[in-house]
Design a protein. Structure first.
Ligand code: SF4
Length: 99
């Protein structure tokens, strides 16, 4: 279960200059590289999607990618729940593969 509000303390970008994530256009694709190893990527992305945050890189997605996702899935009312369920399924699947 997500711990509301405290995920930022584990952010991979915690010590980065915020200006590096809040860049424009193609620079966002470079900026998001830090996200790919971030332990709170799911929390970060769901926060941006649930709150329709339009600016910057969140959860490894650029503004443009998030807008496209929101357009494709207007049915989703709670991204946090959806992404959490997907993560649980992935972990369960991964454990199944190992055993
Ligand atoms: S996913 Fe990216 S923007 Fe979000 S907390 Fe992690 S490093 Fe920062």
């Amino acid at each position: 279960m997500f711990e509301q509000g405290d995920w930022r303390v584990n952010a991979a970008c915690r010590d980065q200059n915020p200006d590096q994530l809040f860049v424009r256009g193609a620079e966002q694709r470079k900026a998001r590289m830090v996200c790919f190893g971030c332990p709170v990527r799911t929390e970060c992305l769901s926060e941006a999607l649930d709150n329709k945050i339009e600016f910057g890189v969140w959860g490894g997605m650029t503004e443009r990618e998030r807008r496209a996702l929101l357009r494709r899935r207007p049915d989703v009312r709670n991204w946090r729940e959806l992404l959490e369920a997907a993560r649980r399924e992935y972990v369960d699947f991964d454990e199944y593969q190992v055993s």
